[in-house]
Design a protein around this ligand. Structure first.
Ligand SMILES: Cc1cc2nc3c(=O)[nH]c(=O)nc-3n(C[C@H](O)[C@H](O)[C@H](O)COP(=O)(O)OP(=O)(O)OC[C@H]3O[C@@H](n4cnc5c(N)ncnc54)[C@H](O)[C@@H]3O)c2cc1C
Length: 484
Protein backbone atom coordinates (compact mmCIF):
# COMPACT_ATOMS: atom_id res chain seq x y z
CA UNK A 1 0.00 0.00 0.00
CA UNK A 2 1.29 3.48 -0.96
CA UNK A 3 0.87 6.43 1.38
CA UNK A 4 -0.94 8.75 -1.03
CA UNK A 5 -3.90 8.13 -3.36
CA UNK A 6 -6.13 10.35 -5.45
CA UNK A 7 -9.23 8.68 -4.04
CA UNK A 8 -9.74 6.65 -0.87
CA UNK A 9 -12.90 4.54 -0.74
CA UNK A 10 -13.78 3.25 2.71
CA UNK A 11 -15.86 0.11 2.13
CA UNK A 12 -15.95 -2.73 -0.39
CA UNK A 13 -19.66 -3.39 -0.69
CA UNK A 14 -21.57 -2.63 -3.87
CA UNK A 15 -21.39 1.13 -3.13
CA UNK A 16 -17.59 1.23 -2.71
CA UNK A 17 -16.76 -1.24 -5.50
CA UNK A 18 -18.98 0.37 -8.12
CA UNK A 19 -17.68 3.86 -7.24
CA UNK A 20 -14.11 2.59 -7.72
CA UNK A 21 -14.96 1.02 -11.09
CA UNK A 22 -16.67 4.21 -12.25
CA UNK A 23 -13.52 6.32 -11.72
CA UNK A 24 -11.14 6.86 -14.66
CA UNK A 25 -8.11 4.58 -14.77
CA UNK A 26 -5.84 7.63 -14.61
CA UNK A 27 -6.65 8.08 -10.91
CA UNK A 28 -5.02 6.05 -8.15
CA UNK A 29 -7.70 4.51 -5.96
CA UNK A 30 -7.48 2.68 -2.64
CA UNK A 31 -10.47 0.58 -1.53
CA UNK A 32 -10.54 -0.66 2.06
CA UNK A 33 -12.65 -3.28 3.76
CA UNK A 34 -12.65 -3.72 7.49
CA UNK A 35 -12.73 -7.53 7.30
CA UNK A 36 -12.81 -9.81 4.24
CA UNK A 37 -13.98 -8.21 1.00
CA UNK A 38 -17.06 -10.41 0.89
CA UNK A 39 -18.29 -9.67 4.41
CA UNK A 40 -20.85 -6.92 3.85
CA UNK A 41 -24.56 -6.22 3.66
CA UNK A 42 -24.14 -6.28 -0.11
CA UNK A 43 -22.98 -9.89 -0.13
CA UNK A 44 -26.08 -10.94 1.83
CA UNK A 45 -28.64 -9.29 -0.48
CA UNK A 46 -31.09 -11.91 -1.57
CA UNK A 47 -34.10 -10.42 -3.34
CA UNK A 48 -32.52 -8.41 -6.15
CA UNK A 49 -32.32 -5.02 -7.80
CA UNK A 50 -35.40 -2.99 -8.71
CA UNK A 51 -35.18 -1.28 -12.12
CA UNK A 52 -37.46 -0.56 -15.06
CA UNK A 53 -35.47 -2.33 -17.76
CA UNK A 54 -38.38 -2.35 -20.17
CA UNK A 55 -41.39 -0.06 -20.39
CA UNK A 56 -43.64 -2.70 -21.96
CA UNK A 57 -45.68 -3.32 -18.82
CA UNK A 58 -43.97 -0.86 -16.47
CA UNK A 59 -42.80 2.76 -16.35
CA UNK A 60 -40.41 5.10 -14.53
CA UNK A 61 -43.48 6.90 -13.19
CA UNK A 62 -44.78 3.70 -11.55
CA UNK A 63 -41.39 2.93 -9.98
CA UNK A 64 -41.23 6.56 -8.79
CA UNK A 65 -44.71 6.33 -7.29
CA UNK A 66 -44.09 2.98 -5.54
CA UNK A 67 -40.89 4.43 -4.01
CA UNK A 68 -42.73 7.55 -2.79
CA UNK A 69 -45.62 5.54 -1.32
CA UNK A 70 -43.26 3.21 0.58
CA UNK A 71 -41.28 6.25 1.81
CA UNK A 72 -44.47 7.91 3.11
CA UNK A 73 -43.67 10.79 0.74
CA UNK A 74 -40.80 11.88 2.98
CA UNK A 75 -38.50 11.08 0.02
CA UNK A 76 -36.57 13.70 -1.94
CA UNK A 77 -38.44 13.58 -5.28
CA UNK A 78 -35.38 14.80 -7.24
CA UNK A 79 -33.28 11.94 -5.86
CA UNK A 80 -36.03 9.43 -6.67
CA UNK A 81 -36.23 10.80 -10.25
CA UNK A 82 -32.48 10.25 -10.64
CA UNK A 83 -32.72 6.75 -9.17
CA UNK A 84 -35.52 5.44 -11.37
CA UNK A 85 -34.33 7.07 -14.62
CA UNK A 86 -30.59 6.38 -14.35
CA UNK A 87 -30.76 3.04 -12.49
CA UNK A 88 -31.51 0.82 -15.50
CA UNK A 89 -28.26 1.87 -17.25
CA UNK A 90 -26.24 1.02 -14.14
CA UNK A 91 -27.93 -2.39 -14.01
CA UNK A 92 -26.96 -2.92 -17.68
CA UNK A 93 -23.41 -1.81 -16.84
CA UNK A 94 -22.98 -4.45 -14.11
CA UNK A 95 -24.30 -7.05 -16.55
CA UNK A 96 -21.40 -6.02 -18.82
CA UNK A 97 -19.12 -6.74 -15.84
CA UNK A 98 -20.53 -10.27 -15.89
CA UNK A 99 -23.40 -10.14 -13.37
CA UNK A 100 -25.72 -12.95 -14.36
CA UNK A 101 -29.40 -12.27 -13.66
CA UNK A 102 -31.82 -15.21 -13.96
CA UNK A 103 -33.39 -15.64 -17.39
CA UNK A 104 -36.73 -16.95 -18.66
CA UNK A 105 -36.72 -19.90 -21.10
CA UNK A 106 -36.95 -17.36 -24.00
CA UNK A 107 -33.74 -15.65 -22.82
CA UNK A 108 -35.40 -12.53 -21.43
CA UNK A 109 -34.50 -11.42 -17.88
CA UNK A 110 -36.74 -12.87 -15.18
CA UNK A 111 -38.40 -10.31 -12.92
CA UNK A 112 -39.89 -10.92 -9.52
CA UNK A 113 -42.30 -9.05 -7.27
CA UNK A 114 -41.71 -7.74 -3.75
CA UNK A 115 -43.78 -5.83 -1.21
CA UNK A 116 -44.74 -2.30 -2.27
CA UNK A 117 -44.02 -2.84 -6.00
CA UNK A 118 -47.01 -2.73 -8.34
CA UNK A 119 -45.09 -4.48 -11.12
CA UNK A 120 -42.66 -7.37 -11.47
CA UNK A 121 -39.43 -5.36 -11.89
CA UNK A 122 -36.86 -6.95 -9.58
CA UNK A 123 -34.00 -8.67 -11.36
CA UNK A 124 -32.18 -11.31 -9.36
CA UNK A 125 -29.64 -14.10 -9.33
CA UNK A 126 -31.67 -16.83 -7.64
CA UNK A 127 -31.79 -15.64 -4.00
CA UNK A 128 -28.09 -14.73 -3.83
CA UNK A 129 -28.12 -11.56 -5.91
CA UNK A 130 -25.78 -9.55 -3.67
CA UNK A 131 -23.04 -12.20 -3.62
CA UNK A 132 -23.24 -12.50 -7.43
CA UNK A 133 -22.85 -8.73 -7.88
CA UNK A 134 -20.02 -8.39 -5.33
CA UNK A 135 -18.09 -11.31 -6.84
CA UNK A 136 -18.36 -9.97 -10.39
CA UNK A 137 -17.42 -6.42 -9.34
CA UNK A 138 -14.41 -7.80 -7.43
CA UNK A 139 -13.31 -9.72 -10.54
CA UNK A 140 -13.52 -6.54 -12.61
CA UNK A 141 -11.72 -4.54 -9.91
CA UNK A 142 -8.78 -6.94 -9.92
CA UNK A 143 -8.34 -6.21 -13.64
CA UNK A 144 -7.83 -2.51 -12.93
CA UNK A 145 -4.20 -1.52 -12.37
CA UNK A 146 -5.13 1.82 -10.80
CA UNK A 147 -7.15 0.26 -7.97
CA UNK A 148 -5.66 -1.29 -4.82
CA UNK A 149 -7.94 -3.28 -2.53
CA UNK A 150 -6.89 -3.95 1.07
CA UNK A 151 -8.85 -6.27 3.32
CA UNK A 152 -8.75 -6.33 7.14
CA UNK A 153 -8.01 -2.62 7.15
CA UNK A 154 -10.16 -0.35 9.27
CA UNK A 155 -10.26 3.43 9.06
CA UNK A 156 -10.62 4.58 12.64
CA UNK A 157 -10.08 8.32 12.22
CA UNK A 158 -10.35 10.74 9.34
CA UNK A 159 -8.79 14.19 9.47
CA UNK A 160 -8.77 17.16 7.12
CA UNK A 161 -5.32 18.12 5.85
CA UNK A 162 -4.97 21.07 3.49
CA UNK A 163 -7.31 20.16 0.62
CA UNK A 164 -7.66 16.43 1.32
CA UNK A 165 -7.74 13.87 4.14
CA UNK A 166 -5.50 11.80 6.33
CA UNK A 167 -7.02 8.44 7.22
CA UNK A 168 -5.66 6.64 10.25
CA UNK A 169 -5.85 2.88 9.83
CA UNK A 170 -5.61 -0.33 11.75
CA UNK A 171 -4.31 -2.85 9.24
CA UNK A 172 -4.50 -6.30 10.77
CA UNK A 173 -4.71 -4.27 14.00
CA UNK A 174 -1.37 -2.47 13.30
CA UNK A 175 -1.57 1.33 12.95
CA UNK A 176 -0.69 3.12 9.73
CA UNK A 177 -1.96 6.06 7.77
CA UNK A 178 -2.76 7.11 4.23
CA UNK A 179 -3.48 10.41 2.47
CA UNK A 180 -5.97 11.17 -0.26
CA UNK A 181 -7.39 14.09 -2.17
CA UNK A 182 -10.95 12.74 -2.14
CA UNK A 183 -12.57 10.34 0.26
CA UNK A 184 -15.72 8.29 -0.33
CA UNK A 185 -17.39 6.74 2.71
CA UNK A 186 -19.15 3.50 1.73
CA UNK A 187 -19.21 1.82 5.13
CA UNK A 188 -22.72 0.34 5.00
CA UNK A 189 -25.28 -0.04 7.77
CA UNK A 190 -25.65 0.24 11.54
CA UNK A 191 -27.39 -3.08 12.29
CA UNK A 192 -25.01 -4.03 15.07
CA UNK A 193 -26.39 -1.24 17.25
CA UNK A 194 -29.35 -3.65 17.75
CA UNK A 195 -29.52 -6.97 19.53
CA UNK A 196 -31.10 -8.68 16.51
CA UNK A 197 -30.31 -7.64 12.95
CA UNK A 198 -29.85 -9.12 9.49
CA UNK A 199 -26.55 -7.19 9.16
CA UNK A 200 -23.10 -8.81 9.54
CA UNK A 201 -20.51 -7.88 12.19
CA UNK A 202 -18.98 -5.04 10.09
CA UNK A 203 -22.20 -2.97 10.24
CA UNK A 204 -21.27 -0.72 13.16
CA UNK A 205 -21.89 2.71 11.59
CA UNK A 206 -18.19 3.69 11.47
CA UNK A 207 -18.62 5.96 8.44
CA UNK A 208 -21.38 7.90 10.17
CA UNK A 209 -19.13 8.47 13.19
CA UNK A 210 -16.14 9.45 11.00
CA UNK A 211 -18.27 11.93 9.06
CA UNK A 212 -19.86 13.42 12.15
CA UNK A 213 -16.43 13.83 13.79
CA UNK A 214 -15.51 15.96 10.75
CA UNK A 215 -18.66 18.02 11.27
CA UNK A 216 -20.63 16.58 8.33
CA UNK A 217 -24.42 16.81 8.45
CA UNK A 218 -26.14 13.58 9.52
CA UNK A 219 -29.79 13.23 8.53
CA UNK A 220 -32.77 11.08 9.57
CA UNK A 221 -30.83 8.53 11.61
CA UNK A 222 -34.04 7.46 13.33
CA UNK A 223 -35.38 6.19 9.99
CA UNK A 224 -34.50 2.58 10.75
CA UNK A 225 -36.10 -0.23 8.77
CA UNK A 226 -37.23 -3.36 10.56
CA UNK A 227 -37.69 -6.27 8.18
CA UNK A 228 -40.88 -8.16 9.00
CA UNK A 229 -39.65 -11.65 8.20
CA UNK A 230 -36.27 -12.60 9.62
CA UNK A 231 -35.88 -16.24 10.69
CA UNK A 232 -36.98 -16.32 14.34
CA UNK A 233 -33.93 -17.93 15.91
CA UNK A 234 -31.58 -17.16 18.78
CA UNK A 235 -28.64 -15.85 16.67
CA UNK A 236 -27.66 -12.17 16.86
CA UNK A 237 -27.34 -12.09 13.08
CA UNK A 238 -30.77 -13.13 11.94
CA UNK A 239 -31.13 -14.98 8.67
CA UNK A 240 -33.39 -13.06 6.29
CA UNK A 241 -36.38 -14.64 4.60
CA UNK A 242 -36.53 -12.39 1.56
CA UNK A 243 -39.62 -10.41 0.67
CA UNK A 244 -39.48 -12.27 -2.64
CA UNK A 245 -40.82 -15.34 -0.79
CA UNK A 246 -44.01 -13.35 -0.09
CA UNK A 247 -43.73 -11.97 -3.63
CA UNK A 248 -43.91 -15.54 -4.88
CA UNK A 249 -47.03 -16.24 -2.83
CA UNK A 250 -46.07 -17.08 0.79
CA UNK A 251 -48.77 -16.50 3.43
CA UNK A 252 -48.00 -14.80 6.74
CA UNK A 253 -49.61 -16.67 9.65
CA UNK A 254 -50.09 -15.89 13.36
CA UNK A 255 -49.60 -18.28 16.29
CA UNK A 256 -52.93 -19.95 15.45
CA UNK A 257 -51.56 -20.60 11.92
CA UNK A 258 -54.15 -18.18 10.50
CA UNK A 259 -53.61 -15.40 7.95
CA UNK A 260 -54.21 -12.02 9.62
CA UNK A 261 -52.95 -9.24 7.32
CA UNK A 262 -56.48 -8.61 5.96
CA UNK A 263 -57.39 -7.18 9.38
CA UNK A 264 -54.75 -4.44 9.01
CA UNK A 265 -53.98 -3.63 5.36
CA UNK A 266 -55.65 -4.44 2.07
CA UNK A 267 -52.28 -5.04 0.40
CA UNK A 268 -52.06 -8.12 2.63
CA UNK A 269 -48.65 -9.84 2.67
CA UNK A 270 -47.33 -7.45 0.01
CA UNK A 271 -47.74 -4.24 2.01
CA UNK A 272 -44.44 -2.32 2.48
CA UNK A 273 -42.05 -3.57 5.15
CA UNK A 274 -42.75 -1.04 7.89
CA UNK A 275 -46.47 -1.74 7.58
CA UNK A 276 -46.05 -5.52 7.78
CA UNK A 277 -43.64 -5.17 10.76
CA UNK A 278 -46.12 -2.98 12.65
CA UNK A 279 -49.00 -5.38 11.81
CA UNK A 280 -46.97 -8.27 13.24
CA UNK A 281 -46.34 -6.35 16.48
CA UNK A 282 -50.02 -5.39 16.77
CA UNK A 283 -51.12 -8.97 16.13
CA UNK A 284 -48.53 -10.14 18.65
CA UNK A 285 -50.01 -7.85 21.31
CA UNK A 286 -53.48 -9.15 20.45
CA UNK A 287 -52.60 -12.85 20.61
CA UNK A 288 -49.95 -12.51 23.34
CA UNK A 289 -47.52 -14.53 21.25
CA UNK A 290 -44.37 -13.84 19.22
CA UNK A 291 -44.96 -16.91 17.07
CA UNK A 292 -45.39 -16.01 13.38
CA UNK A 293 -44.81 -18.09 10.27
CA UNK A 294 -44.39 -17.89 6.52
CA UNK A 295 -46.06 -20.65 4.55
CA UNK A 296 -44.83 -21.29 0.99
CA UNK A 297 -45.52 -25.04 1.04
CA UNK A 298 -48.26 -24.66 -1.63
CA UNK A 299 -45.59 -23.90 -4.26
CA UNK A 300 -43.92 -26.70 -6.20
CA UNK A 301 -40.88 -28.23 -4.44
CA UNK A 302 -38.57 -28.11 -7.50
CA UNK A 303 -39.53 -24.52 -8.16
CA UNK A 304 -38.69 -23.55 -4.54
CA UNK A 305 -35.35 -25.38 -4.61
CA UNK A 306 -34.35 -23.60 -7.80
CA UNK A 307 -35.73 -20.16 -6.91
CA UNK A 308 -34.67 -19.98 -3.25
CA UNK A 309 -31.61 -22.25 -2.84
CA UNK A 310 -29.95 -19.97 -0.25
CA UNK A 311 -33.09 -19.64 1.87
CA UNK A 312 -33.72 -23.39 1.56
CA UNK A 313 -30.18 -24.16 2.80
CA UNK A 314 -30.32 -21.51 5.54
CA UNK A 315 -33.63 -22.83 6.89
CA UNK A 316 -32.49 -26.47 6.62
CA UNK A 317 -29.51 -25.52 8.83
CA UNK A 318 -32.14 -24.63 11.47
CA UNK A 319 -34.08 -27.86 10.81
CA UNK A 320 -36.86 -26.23 8.74
CA UNK A 321 -37.67 -27.59 5.27
CA UNK A 322 -39.44 -24.70 3.48
CA UNK A 323 -41.05 -27.09 0.98
CA UNK A 324 -42.90 -28.88 3.82
CA UNK A 325 -42.66 -26.80 7.00
CA UNK A 326 -43.83 -23.39 8.18
CA UNK A 327 -40.92 -20.93 8.53
CA UNK A 328 -40.83 -19.19 11.96
CA UNK A 329 -40.35 -15.44 11.44
CA UNK A 330 -40.30 -12.19 13.44
CA UNK A 331 -39.24 -8.60 12.61
CA UNK A 332 -35.66 -7.44 13.21
CA UNK A 333 -33.42 -4.47 12.33
CA UNK A 334 -32.51 -4.56 8.66
CA UNK A 335 -31.65 -1.24 7.03
CA UNK A 336 -30.95 2.45 7.65
CA UNK A 337 -32.71 5.01 5.45
CA UNK A 338 -30.97 7.99 7.09
CA UNK A 339 -27.23 8.59 7.25
CA UNK A 340 -24.62 11.08 6.10
CA UNK A 341 -26.53 13.81 4.26
CA UNK A 342 -25.51 14.03 0.58
CA UNK A 343 -26.64 15.89 -2.51
CA UNK A 344 -27.44 14.37 -5.91
CA UNK A 345 -23.70 13.90 -6.61
CA UNK A 346 -23.17 12.11 -3.27
CA UNK A 347 -21.29 15.12 -1.87
CA UNK A 348 -21.46 15.53 1.91
CA UNK A 349 -21.42 18.95 3.59
CA UNK A 350 -17.58 18.63 3.84
CA UNK A 351 -15.61 19.51 0.69
CA UNK A 352 -14.14 16.44 -1.08
CA UNK A 353 -15.91 14.03 1.26
CA UNK A 354 -18.52 11.81 -0.40
CA UNK A 355 -20.84 9.15 0.99
CA UNK A 356 -22.52 6.36 -0.99
CA UNK A 357 -24.71 3.34 -0.26
CA UNK A 358 -26.35 2.60 3.04
CA UNK A 359 -24.23 4.98 5.17
CA UNK A 360 -25.48 7.91 3.07
CA UNK A 361 -28.81 9.67 3.08
CA UNK A 362 -29.68 10.68 -0.47
CA UNK A 363 -33.35 11.10 0.43
CA UNK A 364 -34.30 8.36 -2.03
CA UNK A 365 -35.99 6.14 0.55
CA UNK A 366 -37.90 8.67 2.64
CA UNK A 367 -39.15 7.08 5.86
CA UNK A 368 -39.12 3.52 4.57
CA UNK A 369 -37.14 1.88 1.78
CA UNK A 370 -38.98 0.12 -0.99
CA UNK A 371 -37.65 -3.44 -1.36
CA UNK A 372 -34.63 -3.82 -3.68
CA UNK A 373 -34.08 -0.08 -4.10
CA UNK A 374 -30.89 0.00 -2.01
CA UNK A 375 -28.53 -1.89 -4.30
CA UNK A 376 -29.84 0.37 -7.05
CA UNK A 377 -29.16 3.47 -4.92
CA UNK A 378 -25.60 2.27 -4.18
CA UNK A 379 -24.98 1.85 -7.94
CA UNK A 380 -26.53 5.11 -9.14
CA UNK A 381 -25.08 7.42 -6.50
CA UNK A 382 -21.73 5.58 -6.41
CA UNK A 383 -21.33 6.29 -10.13
CA UNK A 384 -22.48 9.89 -9.62
CA UNK A 385 -19.85 10.38 -6.87
CA UNK A 386 -17.18 9.04 -9.26
CA UNK A 387 -18.36 11.37 -12.04
CA UNK A 388 -18.25 14.37 -9.70
CA UNK A 389 -14.75 13.51 -8.46
CA UNK A 390 -13.63 13.15 -12.08
CA UNK A 391 -15.02 16.62 -12.91
CA UNK A 392 -13.22 18.12 -9.87
CA UNK A 393 -9.91 16.46 -10.78
CA UNK A 394 -10.22 17.77 -14.34
CA UNK A 395 -10.76 21.25 -12.88
CA UNK A 396 -7.24 20.84 -11.46
CA UNK A 397 -7.46 20.99 -7.68
CA UNK A 398 -4.05 20.85 -5.97
CA UNK A 399 -2.88 17.61 -4.36
CA UNK A 400 -2.15 17.41 -0.64
CA UNK A 401 1.31 16.97 0.83
CA UNK A 402 2.27 13.96 2.93
CA UNK A 403 2.86 14.83 6.60
CA UNK A 404 4.39 12.67 9.34
CA UNK A 405 2.10 10.54 11.48
CA UNK A 406 2.45 9.24 15.01
CA UNK A 407 0.10 6.37 15.78
CA UNK A 408 -1.92 6.52 18.94
CA UNK A 409 -2.72 3.01 20.13
CA UNK A 410 -1.40 2.75 23.67
CA UNK A 411 -3.95 2.71 26.50
CA UNK A 412 -6.23 0.66 28.73
CA UNK A 413 -8.19 -2.33 27.37
CA UNK A 414 -11.87 -1.76 26.59
CA UNK A 415 -14.10 -2.98 29.46
CA UNK A 416 -16.35 -5.90 28.47
CA UNK A 417 -20.10 -5.52 28.05
CA UNK A 418 -20.38 -1.96 26.71
CA UNK A 419 -21.45 -3.02 23.22
CA UNK A 420 -23.96 -5.52 24.62
CA UNK A 421 -25.41 -2.80 26.82
CA UNK A 422 -25.81 -0.43 23.84
CA UNK A 423 -27.66 -3.15 21.90
CA UNK A 424 -30.02 -3.91 24.79
CA UNK A 425 -30.82 -0.21 25.20
CA UNK A 426 -31.67 0.13 21.49
CA UNK A 427 -33.73 -3.05 21.43
CA UNK A 428 -35.78 -1.81 24.42
CA UNK A 429 -36.10 1.82 23.38
CA UNK A 430 -36.75 1.69 19.65
CA UNK A 431 -37.82 -1.59 18.08
CA UNK A 432 -40.46 -1.04 15.34
CA UNK A 433 -42.54 1.19 17.69
CA UNK A 434 -40.53 3.54 19.98
CA UNK A 435 -40.99 3.42 23.77
CA UNK A 436 -40.67 7.10 24.87
CA UNK A 437 -39.67 6.33 28.50
CA UNK A 438 -36.99 3.86 27.45
CA UNK A 439 -35.75 6.33 24.80
CA UNK A 440 -35.14 8.99 27.46
CA UNK A 441 -33.40 6.73 30.00
CA UNK A 442 -31.49 5.02 27.18
CA UNK A 443 -30.22 8.35 25.89
CA UNK A 444 -28.82 9.31 29.31
CA UNK A 445 -27.01 6.00 29.63
CA UNK A 446 -25.64 6.18 26.06
CA UNK A 447 -24.29 9.68 26.77
CA UNK A 448 -22.50 8.33 29.84
CA UNK A 449 -21.02 5.51 27.71
CA UNK A 450 -19.78 7.99 25.08
CA UNK A 451 -18.15 10.14 27.73
CA UNK A 452 -16.47 7.06 29.24
CA UNK A 453 -15.22 5.94 25.82
CA UNK A 454 -13.88 9.38 24.95
CA UNK A 455 -12.21 10.08 28.28
CA UNK A 456 -11.16 6.62 29.43
CA UNK A 457 -7.75 6.64 27.67
CA UNK A 458 -8.54 3.29 26.04
CA UNK A 459 -6.24 1.62 23.50
CA UNK A 460 -7.31 2.33 19.93
CA UNK A 461 -8.32 -1.18 18.83
CA UNK A 462 -11.02 -2.23 16.32
CA UNK A 463 -13.25 -3.10 19.31
CA UNK A 464 -12.83 0.34 20.82
CA UNK A 465 -13.50 2.10 17.49
CA UNK A 466 -16.62 0.03 16.81
CA UNK A 467 -17.94 0.60 20.35
CA UNK A 468 -17.52 4.35 19.83
CA UNK A 469 -19.28 4.16 16.45
CA UNK A 470 -22.19 2.20 17.94
CA UNK A 471 -22.53 4.65 20.83
CA UNK A 472 -22.48 7.70 18.53
CA UNK A 473 -25.05 6.10 16.20
CA UNK A 474 -27.29 5.06 19.14
CA UNK A 475 -27.10 8.57 20.61
CA UNK A 476 -28.05 10.20 17.30
CA UNK A 477 -30.98 7.82 16.70
CA UNK A 478 -32.42 8.16 20.21
CA UNK A 479 -31.99 11.95 20.26
CA UNK A 480 -33.90 12.23 16.99
CA UNK A 481 -36.67 9.93 18.26
CA UNK A 482 -36.85 11.86 21.54
CA UNK A 483 -37.16 15.19 19.74
CA UNK A 484 -39.94 13.67 17.62
C1 LIG B 1 -29.70 -9.91 4.57
C2 LIG B 1 -29.84 -8.71 3.68
C3 LIG B 1 -30.57 -8.81 2.49
C4 LIG B 1 -30.69 -7.70 1.64
N1 LIG B 1 -31.36 -7.83 0.45
C5 LIG B 1 -31.39 -6.77 -0.41
C6 LIG B 1 -31.96 -6.90 -1.70
O1 LIG B 1 -32.43 -7.96 -2.08
N2 LIG B 1 -31.97 -5.81 -2.52
C7 LIG B 1 -31.45 -4.60 -2.13
O2 LIG B 1 -31.50 -3.64 -2.91
N3 LIG B 1 -30.89 -4.47 -0.92
C8 LIG B 1 -30.84 -5.51 -0.06
N4 LIG B 1 -30.24 -5.36 1.17
C9 LIG B 1 -29.64 -4.08 1.51
C10 LIG B 1 -28.35 -3.91 0.72
O3 LIG B 1 -27.67 -5.14 0.67
C11 LIG B 1 -27.44 -2.88 1.37
O4 LIG B 1 -28.13 -1.72 1.71
C12 LIG B 1 -26.33 -2.47 0.41
O5 LIG B 1 -25.75 -3.60 -0.14
C13 LIG B 1 -25.31 -1.64 1.14
O6 LIG B 1 -24.15 -1.56 0.36
P1 LIG B 1 -22.96 -0.65 0.86
O7 LIG B 1 -21.92 -0.74 -0.19
O8 LIG B 1 -23.47 0.67 1.24
O9 LIG B 1 -22.48 -1.34 2.24
P2 LIG B 1 -21.97 -2.80 2.56
O10 LIG B 1 -22.25 -3.73 1.47
O11 LIG B 1 -22.47 -3.16 3.91
O12 LIG B 1 -20.38 -2.62 2.63
C14 LIG B 1 -19.78 -1.93 3.70
C15 LIG B 1 -18.28 -2.04 3.57
O13 LIG B 1 -17.68 -1.08 4.43
C16 LIG B 1 -16.59 -1.68 5.11
N5 LIG B 1 -16.34 -0.92 6.34
C17 LIG B 1 -17.20 -0.58 7.33
N6 LIG B 1 -16.58 0.17 8.26
C18 LIG B 1 -15.29 0.31 7.85
C19 LIG B 1 -14.14 0.95 8.39
N7 LIG B 1 -14.18 1.63 9.54
N8 LIG B 1 -12.98 0.87 7.71
C20 LIG B 1 -12.90 0.17 6.54
N9 LIG B 1 -13.96 -0.46 5.99
C21 LIG B 1 -15.13 -0.38 6.63
C22 LIG B 1 -17.05 -3.09 5.34
O14 LIG B 1 -15.94 -3.91 5.62
C23 LIG B 1 -17.70 -3.39 3.98
O15 LIG B 1 -16.71 -3.74 3.05
C24 LIG B 1 -30.10 -6.46 2.02
C25 LIG B 1 -29.37 -6.38 3.20
C26 LIG B 1 -29.23 -7.47 4.03
C27 LIG B 1 -28.44 -7.35 5.28
Amino acid sequence: METKYDVLIVGAGVGGLYTALSLPETLSVLVLSKKSDTLSNSSLAQGGVAAVLSTENDSFELHFEDTMIAGQRKNDPDAVEVLVHEGPDDVRKIMQYGVDFDKNPDGSIQKTLEGGHCRRRIVHHRDTTGAEIVNKLLLELRRRKNITLCENTMVYRLQRVKSGFRAELLQDEKPSCVFCDYCVLATGGIGRVYKYTTNPAVATGDGIRLASELGATIRNLSYVQFHPTAFNGADREQFLISEAVRGEGAYLLNCKKERFMHRYDQRLELAPRDVVSKCILMESRKTGSNAFYLDITHRDRDYLLHRFPGIYEGCMAHGVDITKDLIPVFPCQHYLMGGIAVDLDARTSIARLYAVGECSCTGVHGKNRLASNSLLEALVFGRRAAEDITRCVQAGFAHVAVTPFTPDIAGAPLPKGLRTEIRSIMQRAYFVIPDPGAVRTGLKRIDAIISRLQNGKFAVTPDYCEALSLAVVAHTILKEVDEG
